[in-house]
Design a protein around this ligand. Sequence first.
Ligand SMILES: [Zn+2]
Length: 194
Amino acid sequence: MFTDTPPGKANRAGFLESDRMKTLDLPKDGRLPAITKRIEEAVKAEKGADVRRACTEFLDVASTFYDVPTCSLRVLAARPLRIRESWTTELFGDYDPETMLIRVWMRTAVRKEVTSFGTFLSTFCHEFCHHLDYQKFGFHDSWHTRGFYERTAVLYHHAQGTPPKKLFWVPMSGERWRIDWPRTNRSGSNDSAV
Ligand SMILES: [Zn+2]
């Protein structure tokens, strides 16, 4: 997982602010973890309608908590041809800031393998964090900064009911960073899906 190259001067301040913002307020109750359990059952059973229902409930609860408009959701069986995200790894979701639509899909593009639940949830939290960037924090772009990945991980671990994990970063060329997974996993819990 890599961070984006920092943008030019005009957007630099927002980028740096996103990079510095390493945590996210979390609900004090257990509603999101409870809903996440249902998402897990539905993903594992490959029941798309149940996945959609549980994920929609998650988005409603989370959007109310963060005081942002609820985003809409589409759960697809397989990866669509046209996608917006620009991950360097295989993609499992995207977010359109104009329509506030999250799309997640349950099968990989190439081999049509079922997305693991951890990857599915991590993608889902990732896309919701894009929504927060635009609707809560007022960024006019939603960069993949270190802070963005940290916020995503905070939400993911809350939803999973797993202890938050400290992320370790390795600098790359072009002012980019990548997560040092071996070090991150050694220091934290045993879950490597974020
Ligand atoms: Zn993204």
